[in-house]
Design a protein around this ligand. Structure first.
Ligand code: SF4
Length: 378
C-alpha cells in the first residue's frame, strides 16, 4: 500500500486563486466506486425513523457542515458516505496507508517528541483543494486520478500493533473527520492500551460531531488556511467559520491543538491575513504551536512559485508580535525554525532534525533553566 506524501507537509494541502476545481463529469465509474464489501453502518445523521417520514424522506448527514441531504441511494459530497434505507453507511473503516513515521512529520512538535506514529488514511476529503499534495488519495470520487485504494482495517489489530511497537495512531494524508466512526471504534481499545489517537485534520466538522469525537482524541493538528470565509472558500470550497468553532470545542474539551498554515504567495502572505490567522491561534492559547508550511506547486496549481524563506521568516515575526510563543518552519529556516524555546527565558528546550528530535532538555514538561512549564503532551 502506498500514498502520495510531501517531504515537508503531510496535510491534505490547500488551493489558491479561483474556485476549487469542479468535479470532473463522467470518468470511469469503476475507479470512482467503493467496493461493496467495505461499506459499514455510520453514525452522525438526523431524521431517522419517524423523523425521516416527517422530513419527507430526506436524511441529513450531520458529520461535516455541508450537511448533505440524502435520499435513498444518494452518496454524499465526500463520496465516502451514502444513504441506504433509513440510515447512513461509511466507507472509511479502511486505509490506504499503514506507515510508521516520526511524530514530528505529521507535524506534532508538542506531543511525545521523538516518538513514532502509525498512520491510517482512507480515501476521501470534504475539501477540494487545487494544490493538494495528496490528491490521489483525498480526491477520491472527484477525479479518475484518485481511484479507490483502501482496504478494510480491524480496530483490534491496529491497536495491538501500535501498543506492541510503542506507537501513537494518527489519521493523516486524507480527512480524518470522515473516519469519525473508525476513530470512535479505536478509542476504547486505544485508551485501554495507552495508545494516543491523533488527527491531522481540516477541522471541517459539525459542532456536535466535534464534541462527540473529542474524548477519543489526544491531539489534533488542524489546518487553518485563511482567516475569513470568502478566501477560505476560494482555497478549499468550504468556509473557515466551522473550523474556528471546532478549535474552540476541542480546546474546551482538552484536546491538544497544533495548527498548520500553508503560506501561499499572493494569497495569505499579506500582513493582514497572517495577523488575523495569528489572532485566531492566540485566542486558542498563546502557546498553541503554529506550523508555517512552505507552499509547493502541485496538482492543478503547478504554476505558482514556492514560498520564499524570507516570507516564512516574516510570517513568524508577525505571529510573535501577536503574542504566539511557538512558531515553527519545518525546513526552510534550518534548525532554528524547528526549535522549541521556553516561554519564560527563551532558551531552546527541544532541538529537532528535519525528521525527529536532536535534543530534548525538558524536565517533566518544564524548562531546565527557569522551570517554566512548556505547554504540550510530554
Ligand atoms: S461528511 Fe460527507 S455526506 Fe456527510 S455532510 Fe459532509 S460531505 Fe456530506
Amino acid at each position: 500500500m502506498s500514498t502520495t506524501t510531501s517531504p515537508t507537509n503531510e496535510s491534505a494541502g490547500g488551493a489558491v486563486a479561483g474556485a476549487p476545481f469542479d468535479e470532473a463529469e463522467g470518468g470511469d465509474p469503476a475507479v470512482r466506486r467503493v467496493p461493496e464489501g467495505l461499506w459499514r453502518p455510520a453514525s452522525f445523521f438526523r431524521s431517522g425513523g419517524d423523523a425521516l417520514r416527517e422530513s419527507g424522506g430526506v436524511l441529513t448527514c450531520s458529520l461535516c457542515p455541508f450537511e448533505c441531504r440524502l435520499r435513498p441511494g444518494d452518496t454524499g459530497r465526500c463520496h465516502v458516505r451514502r444513504r441506504r434505507g433509513d440510515h447512513l453507511e461509511t466507507a472509511t473503516f479502511a486505509t490506504t496507508a499503514l506507515h510508521v513515521h516520526p511524530i514530528e512529520r505529521k507535524p506534532f512538535y508538542h506531543v511525545r517528541p521523538g516518538s513514532r506514529v502509525l498512520t491510517l488514511a482512507a480515501p476521501g476529503c470534504t475539501f477540494a483543494c487545487t494544490y493538494c499534495q495528496n490528491y490521489r488519495l483525498s480526491q477520491f470520487g472527484r477525479t479518475d486520478d484518485a481511484p479507490w485504494t483502501g482496504v478494510s482495517v480491524a480496530p483490534e489489530s491496529v491497536v495491538t500493533r501500535a501498543a506492541n511497537e510503542g506507537l501513537s495512531i494518527a489519521f493523516s494524508y486524507s480527512e480524518p473527520v470522515l473516519a469519525a466512526e473508525l476513530t470512535l471504534a479505536l478509542a476504547p481499545l486505544a485508551k485501554a492500551a495507552g495508545v494516543p489517537l491523533l488527527w491531522k485534520t481540516n477541522g471541517f466538522v459539525t459542532e456536535e460531531a466535534a464534541r462527540e469525537v473529542a474524548p477519543a482524541l489526544t491531539a489534533a493538528n488542524v489546518d487553518l488556511k485563511a482567516p475569513g470565509d470568502e478566501a477560505h472558500i476560494r482555497l478549499t470550497g468550504a468556509p473557515v467559520t466551522p473550523v474556528v468553532r471546532a478549535l474552540e470545542v476541542w480546546r474546551e474539551a482538552g484536546v491538544w491543538l497544533e495548527i498548520s498554515t500553508p503560506v501561499i504567495p499572493g494569497f495569505n502572505d499579506d500582513v493582514e491575513s497572517l495577523g488575523a490567522l495569528a489572532r485566531i491561534l492566540a485566542a486558542v492559547g498563546p502557546q498553541t504551536p503554529w506550523h508555517l508550511l512552505r507552499f509547493h506547486p502541485d496538482y492543478r496549481l503547478n504554476g505558482a512559485p514556492p514560498t520564499h524563506p524570507d516570507l516564512l521568516e516574516r510570517a513568524g515575526e508577525i505571529a510573535r508580535a501577536e503574542g504566539l510563543v511557538h512558531v515553527y518552519v519545518e525546513r526552510a529556516l534550518g534548525d532554528r525554525g524547528r526549535a522549541t524555546r521556553c516561554a519564560g527565558c527563551g532558551e531552546p528546550v527541544i532541538e529537532r532534525r528535519t525528521e525527529g528530535v536532536r535534543d530534548n532538555r525538558l524536565r517533566d514538561g518544564r524548562c531546565p533553566h527557569c522551570h517554566v512549564a512548556v505547554a504540550g503532551c510530554w
